[in-house]
Design a protein around this ligand. Structure first.
Ligand code: ATP
Ligand code: MG
Length: 332
């Protein structure tokens, strides 16, 4: 998995989306709302980019702008080779958009929804049916084409939403909170489907509130808060850049001070903390530090009872860049 992540996030891969200075202010009775405040970002061909942020961060507004559903107040973008402001129709034809609340109708048959959507994009009846059926198969919905949408489970219905976004065969798809409201098993299943779309070469931009989702799926993450991008990187980069890795050693308390001294001589320590039998050492790259650390300790006659390396969580990252936890932000 991690090899795939590295190869698609490579900065030499061509850009599928380039966004410059994109902003949107809404006018409301109580005054202007600056939903997105002039953001710049790129999405590389073949990657899964995540917009991660709490309620009201500006994620949906960003997706709606780059899918031509609403006009930016400022800024511009090139999406799949088409100019957002000058050629919105072309942009529209090249993307799939799966809205936050879904787009299926209770009483319609699944197959009818898919065929209609494909026809709206100008496909012939025959290609529309062929694409619809092949997508039902791809998304594990075999045999459900003849059901009404209201007769599906939450996870199945979300997969029909995704099929709707893909039925005209775009190579770029936006998924606005693909798994919100699903049970853990359906979420895991949808994650597999999203990964396999990427394996087929589809570029994906998704939004999420969930740190574990961003971590599990995304090649790169933009952390958004109050209409701005407050951090950007691969999940690993974000975690490393912001907090470093923590190596915890189990050592008898009387040897702890000496162990820290030895570690400090062998590694570039960012910080250290001793708690009873445990010595925690924060370093930039935990994996690379283990061998030199053990070697130095051994030469000093210290043998730790155990050693663990822990990456900080994305929660730690969010806290560091915004000064509040994502879950707090999530409430309001
Ligand atoms: N049509 C609108 N009119 C006025 N304000 C709006 C409109 N749409 C969004 N906003 C405001 O813009 C800000 C960003 O909203 P947006 O829907 O982009 O957030 P989000 O990150 O998608 O949040 P969520 O996680 O809840 O979906 C919010 O303050 C929201 O209230
Ligand atoms: Mg939203």
């Amino acid at each position: 998995m991690s090899v795939g992540r590295l190869s698609v996030a490579d900065m030499s891969t061509p850009a599928m989306i380039s966004v410059t200075g994109l902003a949107r202010t809404f006018t409301t009775k109580t005054g202007p709302v600056e939903a997105v405040r002039g953001i710049d970002f790129e999405v590389r061909e073949g990657e899964i980019l995540g917009l991660l942020g709490p309620n009201g961060a500006g994620k949906t507004t960003t997706l709606r702008m780059i899918s031509t559903l609403i006009e930016p107040t400022a800024g511009d973008a090139v999406v799949s080779g088409a100019d957002l402001l000058r050629d919105p129709r072309l942009v529209r034809s090249r993307i799939g958009y799966v809205a936050q609340g879904g787009a299926t109708h209770d009483e319609e048959l699944v197959i009818d929804e898919l065929v209609l959507q494909a026809r709206l994009f100008g496909l012939s009846k025959r290609s529309a049916v062929a694409n619809a059926e092949s997508l039902l198969h791809t998304l594990d919905l075999d045999g459900l084409g003849g059901r009404k949408c209201k007769q599906l489970s939450g996870g199945q219905r979300r997969r029909v939403d995704i099929a709707l976004g893909l039925v005209h065969q775009p190579n770029l798809i936006y998924l606005d909170e693909p798994t919100t409201g699903l049970d853990p098993q359906s979420r895991a299943n949808l994650w597999d489907h999203i990964r396999s779309l990427r394996e087929r070469g589809t570029t994906i931009v998704l939004t999420t509130h969930y740190l574990d989702e961003a971590d599990a799926l995304c090649d790169r993450i933009l952390v958004m808060d109050h209409g701005e991008i407050v951090a950007e990187g691969t999940p690993d980069e974000l975690k490393r850049r912001i907090s470093g890795d923590v190596i915890s050693l189990e050592i008898s308390p009387e040897l702890a001070a000496r162990a820290v001294e030895v570690a400090d001589g062998a590694l570039e320590l960012r910080s250290q903390l001793t708690e009873g039998h445990l010595v925690h050492l924060t370093v930039e790259k935990g994996d690379a530090a283990v061998v030199p650390l053990l070697h130095a300790l051994q030469s000093a006659g210290i043998v730790p009872g155990s050693l663990t390396v822990k990456r900080p969580s994305l929660d730690d990252v969010f806290l560091t860049v915004t000064g509040r936890s994502l879950r707090d932000g999530d409430q309001g």
